[in-house]
Design a protein around this ligand. Sequence first.
Ligand SMILES: Cc1cc2nc3c(=O)[nH]c(=O)nc-3n(C[C@H](O)[C@H](O)[C@H](O)COP(=O)(O)OP(=O)(O)OC[C@H]3O[C@@H](n4cnc5c(N)ncnc54)[C@H](O)[C@@H]3O)c2cc1C
Length: 394
Amino acid sequence: MTPHWDVIVLGAGASGLMCSAQAAYSGNKVLVLDHAPKVAAKIRISGGGKCNFTNVDVSPDHFICQNPHFVKSALSRYPSTAFVELVERHGLAYEIRGGGKYFCAERASDLIQILRTECDWAGVHFQLKTQLESVQYRGGKYFLNTSQGTFCALKLVVATGALSFPKLKSTGIGYELAKQFGLNVIATSPGLVPLTFSDQWQARFSELSGLSMTVCAQVAGRSFTEAMLFTHKGLSGPAILQVSNYWQQGEAIILNTLPAYSETRLYQAFIELKQSGESLSKWLNQFWPKRFTQIWLEVYPMETVLSNVSNERLQHYAKQLTHWMLFPANTAGYDKAEVTLGGVDTDDISSKTFESKQQPNLYFIGEVLDVTGQLGGFNFQWAWASGVACGLAL
Ligand SMILES: Cc1cc2nc3c(=O)[nH]c(=O)nc-3n(C[C@H](O)[C@H](O)[C@H](O)COP(=O)(O)OP(=O)(O)OC[C@H]3O[C@@H](n4cnc5c(N)ncnc54)[C@H](O)[C@@H]3O)c2cc1C
């Protein structure tokens, strides 16, 4: 006989666990179904194994969504303080790092244990290692045909995440289900992802692979002052991951390689350097790794002693250093992306309940939606907030 549930949550990731616990606490009989052998694989490896689980300062401006108002309701109903209170109740040791980022003090798996405990207390049932074959809607019920038989529920929550990091069992099943039930899906692309150089730039900069320096990276009017890392294929590090969310193929990223200086201040500094007679490379080495100074001066030859350099030329140097224009060839793709831009169109979803506007009792939460956070714990905060809002509505 087909087992009947009030709610089936498809996806035992961050948003799915949060939603399931909430829905079960409200008295629903809830089943979480996932094809992975373990729950919340992304939490386990996130934040270098310590999971950057939220941020002190979360606002709608930290998210990209075609409808910028969509995130407001859920984020205000379940702010980051609410999640911090939850983990404190469970005695999680955490630390707040630069930029207001909350991390587990020990292991990200401690956080998974908290979510698992909440689900156990609420009476959530788990059906892992189960392949979904098809979903049918008949007589006001959802029938999920799977490798372990058919499961039936009055309400179906799609919490299957997105395409990034396929080695952690990510799939586009959520988009397929959305399309099956008539919802629009906005074109997807990798986000929070390293950028690759063209062959010509790769040849010049690959020897800097592993080197990190602080820059201000700018794209499409957004700028981020954080670390940038040279890789053997291009650029990574927080500053680059942040701008990757806003970068379109063919566009330049603009780097201020001396973020403590504006172009005007740098020009003034060069005038002073010209008067002092000190060497430019020695001055740059105060701020840059020596290897970068060396390569920079090979690629963009500059006089080492500025005494005989015209002020016009100094102005040009200041511009070059504060507006280094790079044209990345591409992103490193979904394999290396932390998130996926685009997804289920939020115009088709209620921002209060996360139910489809077209299809009764069908809900979408978390990253499967066209909502992408910046780096800093915002993507997990979206998973918690959308999961709780939906769970309460269920
Ligand atoms: C390497 C990495 C590091 C990250 N670090 C951070 C960080 O520090 N801070 C932060 O805020 N965000 C981080 N993120 C982003 C964050 O992990 C996601 O935004 C978040 O997990 C999304 O939650 P979700 O519930 O929507 O999806 P997920 O957590 O991805 O869960 C989706 C679930 O659906 C299941 N599923 C998928 N397809 C199927 C199917 N066909 N059948 C059954 N089940 C299926 C999966 O197995 C998975 O359990 C990181 C992401 C990656 C890849």
